[in-house]
Design a protein around this ligand. Structure first.
Ligand code: HAM
Length: 432
């Protein structure tokens, strides 16, 4: 019987992993420049954490969580990283250690969505969370950092959308206005939106159902009901984005699908690459009341997360150049043992080595060395052992050289480091 991976969960094979390393490496080095430090939280959390923070009437909590019971506890595979980071922040009393904490994370998240291009059940996010900075400078810096990141990866056609959903007062006022607008249109909403209308009317605005989108098209803008403090923050954000020269669109219908947001909201989309319908690369915003909701003090927070599978779809397909490799091809048992030691010395000198221990013919070993794109092939058999040399074949230049065993590690390390495919000395021409 053959097993398949679970629906919506993908293997990442070694030939694909180079691109993952590239985007993860760029992310780590860029966020380090902004003072972010990595946090690693468990993949499993108590279900209540997500219900409380993300919201009972969100799609994620209502329909998409992988939840199970174990020892009478309800546990859930994390659908996102913010709730776990905030829980850890409160649990470790991080607010008592420093006034501002800048955290980042990378890792798998789980949502039981209908899989399609750019949407999976296990997917990977890279995200940042800042605790203890009310902004709006930090909000703008975050968006600027994201634009830099996407550009560094060669992603073009980046579109930034921003909105503010204000504080509790503004949201309450907006809720009433939105309900007044939507109630007469309730008949044309999707059944799901109709059921949730009174409980969570904001969700109608980010529904993917065409009926809901049509009904909400002329809905009032939340920006109209912002209170003074919200407005000052919002204007501060727009002014900072202008200073940074970031082109953005104000989208008053941007509410995002998680209930914890307060104030600033943003999304980054891209038109480059092969994204299809799922073209939101990054989503984020402020969640100034979550730390208190989770039992901590009043600490403001802002963050974002991006879907790494989507970033990969948007990135140009310039696979990073592979590390130059050196193939070691021994002929006969004594040479195999000698090769073990030679390979160890080469690796200690920083050379990537494939040792062929299969006992195959020289011809087939050379074919394999060529196939994997090795730069050099080191051949040694009984006669080389006796003469105290190694045959060094340059597979790019089609040259070869007999190199003293005592010098071969140095020579190979230098050739690989300089990127040269040429053996320095005269080709000997004698095929072993
Ligand atoms: P989110 O909008 O739910 O926000 O997800 C952020 C990003 O994760 C999306 O823009 C998308 O790129 C990716 N993503 C989400 N679901 C999937 C999926 N099923 N398959 C592939 N990619 C997906 C959050 O998760 C918030 N925690 C962001 C945040 C951090 N807000 C404040 N801090």
């Amino acid at each position: 019987m053959q097993f398949r991976a679970v629906k919506g969960m993908n293997d990442i094979l070694p030939n694909e992993v180079g691109r993952w390393h590239r985007l993860e490496g760029e992310f780590r080095s860029l966020v380090a420049l902004y003072g972010y430090q990595e946090v690693r939280t468990p993949l499993l959390e108590h279900t209540d954490l997500f219900a409380r923070s993300i919201g009972e009437t969100t799609d994620v909590v209502e329909k998409e969580m992988f939840t199970f019971e174990r020892s009478r506890e309800s546990l859930t595979l994390r659908p996102e990283g913010t709730a776990g980071a905030a829980r850890a922040y409160v649990a470790h009393k991080q607010h008592g250690r420093e006034p501002v904490s800048r955290w980042y994370y990378l890792g798998p998240m789980f949502r039981a969505e209908q899989p399609q291009r750019g949407r999976y059940r296990q997917f990977h996010q890279a995200g940042c969370e800042v605790f203890g900075d009310r902004g709006p400078l930090v909000d703008a810096e975050m968006i600027d950092m994201l634009c830099t990141y996407l550009r560094r990866l060669g992603i073009s056609g980046i579109e930034v959308s921003v909105n503010s959903i204000g504080g509790a007062g503004a949201r309450e006022a907006y809720r009433e206005r939105l309900l007044d607008f939507l109630r007469p249109r309730a008949g044309s909403l999707s059944p799901h939106a109709r059921d949730r209308l009174e409980v969570n009317p904001l969700r109608v605005l980010d529904s993917k159902d065409e009926r809901d989108q049509a009904a909400a098209r002329d809905a009032p803008s939340i920006l109209e009901v912002l209170e003074d403090e919200d407005r000052a923050h919002w204007e501060g954000l727009c002014a900072s984005l202008d200073v940074l020269g970031i082109a953005y669109t104000v989208d008053p219908r941007l509410v995002r699908g998680l209930d914890y947001y307060t104030g600033t909201l943003f999304e980054l989309n891209a038109t480059s690459g092969d994204l299809g319908a799922q073209n939101t690369l990054v989503g984020g915003g402020r969640y100034d009341s979550m730390i208190e909701t989770l039992g901590g003090p009043s600490v403001s927070a802002i963050g974002f997360a991006m879907g790494l599978e989507r970033i990969l779809l948007a990135m140009p397909d310039d696979t990073p150049a592979s590390v130059p490799r050196c193939y070691v091809a021994p002929i006969g048992a004594p040479a195999q043992h000698a090769s073990l030691l030679l390979a160890r010395e080469l690796r200690a000198a920083g050379v990537t080595v494939d040792l062929d221990g299969r006992g195959n013919s020289l011809r087939s070993m050379l074919r394999r060395a060529d196939a994997i794109g090795a730069r050099l092939c080191l051949v040694l058999g009984d006669s080389e052992l006796e003469a105290g040399i190694v045959q060094v074949k340059d597979l790019g230049q089609h040259t070869q050289d007999r190199v003293d065993r005592g010098q071969v590690v140095d020579r190979v390390a230098r050739l690989v480091a300089t990127g040269s495919r040429q053996i320095a000395t005269q080709p000997s021409g004698d095929e072993p």
